[in-house]
Ligand binder design. Structure first.
Ligand SMILES: [Zn+2]
Length: 298
């Protein structure tokens, strides 16, 4: 029985390899992402050459799998369907993840941080964590550090509790929507500050939107997203929900009811800030919000 299975496995592999064999090597479509990997490897004192994997080629993959690594022969297959329309962030993540398997010999690691972010770029099958991997972001650096060294500690900027003293309250008002230019207010954008908004007259499914220049944060009962980054967490809104945006030491922290759900370095435009509540259709009462702008200490 064992022998039969072995023979079947061999012939299956033979079929696979005879399909792919004329094209071994790295398809030029992947060069720019492999070059980024070489760059990141060098930063971590690791040398990677194109010849260090047998191949990176397009292929058909089951389900929604983006790529696979064959550990036995370091052959990487990338899903062709959808590749052209994917973002550079996604493409980089997929190539780095597969090279993590095939070159760095990493296995899947689905652990998550308290905010729901993945601990590692090596999160894979059945993962439930979120992976905000974007080139140039603080997460890009962290995930690459962790990829090359799985003993990498959680970075200092990753904080789950934020309890800095309020030095001064610049605005404390009630409104249904507010538009602000923080430069006009005279706030030094290099200092630590926070924006807090709480609902008044909240009803189920009401939304809160915070626009910071080109970035827009929307939270409702079933979704949280920040422009193109989908930040789903448990349905969380209620009559007492407070949204809190904190700029601390140059980084951007987003909290809902003091639970952190995103950290980033977004390079936000604070000259065009607006915050508004959005009614569930058919409601008569204005929702309104309590809005605060506070300067924070260290
Ligand atoms: Zn994987």
């Amino acid at each position: 029985m064992k022998k039969t299975l072995f023979v079947t496995a061999i012939s299956f592999l033979f079929v696979i390899s005879s399909c792919n064999s004329p094209d071994k090597g790295i398809d030029p479509s992947f060069n720019q992402y492999v070059d980024l990997f070489i760059e990141e490897a060098a930063k971590h004192d690791v040398t990677f050459n194109y010849a260090d994997v047998r191949g990176i080629q397009f292929g058909d993959l089951d389900g929604s799998i983006g790529g696979t690594c064959n550990f036995r022969n370091s052959d990487i297959t990338i899903r062709e369907d959808g590749w052209n329309n994917a973002s550079d962030d996604y493409k980089t993540r997929v190539i780095f993840h597969e090279l993590g398997h095939c070159f760095l010999d990493r296995r899947h690691l689905n652990s998550e941080l308290p905010s729901g972010h993945c601990l590692s770029l090596m999160a894979g099958e059945n993962m439930t964590c979120r992976n905000p991997y974007s080139i140039g972001s603080i997460w890009y650096d962290y995930y690459n550090d962790e990829l090359f060294d799985d003993n990498t500690p959680i970075p200092d900027w990753y904080i789950t509790e934020f309890d800095k003293p309020i030095l001064e309250t610049l605005i404390d008002t009630t409104a249904t929507s507010t538009t602000l230019d923080l430069n006009v207010i005279g706030i030094d954008l290099n200092q630590n500050f926070e924006i807090r908004a709480s609902f008044i007259n909240w009803q189920y499914n009401d939304n809160l939107e915070l626009s910071l220049g080109t970035q827009k944060l929307v939270i409702s009962n079933s979704i949280i997203f920040l422009t193109s980054i989908y930040l789903l967490q448990d349905p969380i809104l209620s009559a007492t929900t407070t949204l809190r945006f904190v700029q601390y030491q140059g980084l951007d922290y987003f909290f809902v009811d003091d639970k952190i759900f995103h950290i980033d370095n977004l390079d936000l435009d604070f000259s065009n800030l607006s915050i508004s509540t959005k009614k569930n259709i058919g409601q008569a009462a204005d929702i309104g919000m309590q809005f605060q702008l506070n300067l924070l200490g260290d």
